[in-house]
Design a protein around this ligand. Structure first.
Ligand code: SAH
Ligand code: SF4
Length: 366
């Protein structure tokens, strides 16, 4: 990892400090360096954010931390568990804004969990098939709010289960909140803290080319990159993803060609299948040509319904046929099973508080 405290934007909140920043901070208070490391350990390794519970610290230091505002920057407002055990947490922030984070247990071992986190309240990118996009951007999330979702997730799971993968696929466009996301990535993968494997942290983007380059430079290709492609001709992509008017497919694929990857690493291509929009044999053929020479794996996601749009997924036999068209031409392709859609926790269904606890499909059925 190339980023250090010096090259990151300053933390927004004490819990977003790195160990070296804690050390410098407590030194100003006349405390020895190891106290700073202990505080980081409590917060990021043990998940204890209340200074009263930091039992190996002197009382005076605990009081100071409290005074400074050390504590949870977010809270769980409600939790909903889906029939497939996917658990959606509605997260509240101090100004009353809400986002969602989703805990998705592995199908064959539910102690191992992938957590999907949000990076913004809403999203400015305006993709027409996405509930966050339709809602627009309300505000950025801070570095502390982003990381605390994982600390909360871990607390929800208890000691027997663990978050192994983190994906920035909740609400928001992570690369449109680069500074906060970069610090969050450093914290999530910090060896003295949560210590997530870098390859198991995925940043998903609609294709902000300059920030993809920046991510490549800052993290030397260590973070897993996912690109929301969703269409293979500029004309079509611009219709469903306004970001394409700024960074077209040629710009985007050029950025992917220069993105640094480690050995055997591949870029994930997300492709939400929408009936009649991007699911033809021609689309499959052109996708293969477009991605030629880029190490990728493709995830097909049948579109989850949202209340603001009539767009929908093709039927499942069509999805399988689309997959075959791609695999026949040499791509590795997975169909991502929809998880948590009965509690509106599936991709693209995450919207503001109260928009829908039930999926739009259920609403439609009354
Ligand atoms: N803003 C980022 C990450 C959040 S969205 C991005 O767009 O990549 C996470 C994934 O869900 C993206 O691939 C997005 O395109 C997809 N998605 C959005 N709405 C969806 C929907 N209604 N059905 C299926 N996938 C959707
Ligand atoms: Fe934003 Fe991603 Fe939704 Fe597009 S798909 S509106 S970029 S969250």
């Amino acid at each position: 990892m190339k980023l250090s405290a010096d090259s990151l934007a300053p933390p927004s909140h004490p819990i977003a400090r790195l160990p070296e920043e804690w050390v410098a901070h407590v030194r100003d208070w006349g405390e020895p360096a190891y106290r700073g490391k202990q505080i980081f350990d409590w917060i990021h390794r043990q998940g204890v954010l209340d200074p009263d519970e930091m039992s190996n610290l002197p009382k005076t230091l605990r009081a100071r931390l409290k005074e400074e505002g050390v504590g949870w920057p977010i809270e769980v407002v409600s939790a909903h568990e889906s029939a497939d055990r996917t658990r959606k947490l509605l997260v509240g922030m101090p100004d009353g804004e809400r986002v969602e984070t989703v805990l998705i247990p592995q199908l064959d071992d539910d102690r191992v969990v992938t957590q999907c986190i949000s990076s913004q309240v809403g999203c400015a990118m305006g993709c027409v098939f996405c509930a966050s996009g339709v809602a627009g951007l309300k505000r950025q999330m801070t570095d502390a709010e982003i990381v605390a979702q994982v600390l909360l997730g871990r607390r929800e799971l208890g000691p027997e289960r663990r978050v192994r993968n983190v994906v920035f696929m909740g609400m928001g466009e992570p690369l449109h909140n680069y500074a906060a996301v970069a610090r969050a990535l450093v914290l999530l993968t910090h060896p003295d803290g949560l210590d997530l494997s870098k390859r198991r942290v995925t940043v998903s983007t609609s294709g902000l080319v300059n920030q993809i380059d920046q991510l490549g430079r800052d993290f030397a290709g260590q973070v897993q990159l996912a690109i929301s492609l969703h269409a293979v001709r500029d004309e079509d992509r611009s219709k469903i993803m306004p970001v394409n008017r700024k960074y077209g497919l040629e710009d985007l694929t050029d950025a992917l060609r220069r993105y640094p990857l480690s050995k055997r690493q591949r870029i994930t291509i997300e492709y939400t299948l929408i009936e009649g929009v991007n699911d033809s044999v021609r689309d499959a053929k052109e996708m293969v040509a477009l991605l030629r020479g880029i190490p990728v794996k493709v995830n097909l996601i049948p579109m989850n319904p949202i209340s603001a749009s009539d767009l929908r997924a093709p039927d499942s036999s069509h999805v399988t046929r689309f997959q075959e068209e791609l695999t026949r031409r040499g791509l590795s392709v997975f169909i991502r099973k929809t998880r948590g859609d009965d509690v509106a926790a599936a991709c693209g269904q995450l919207a503001f508080h109260g928009e829908s606890r039930r999926s739009p499909r259920e609403h439609a059925e009354g």
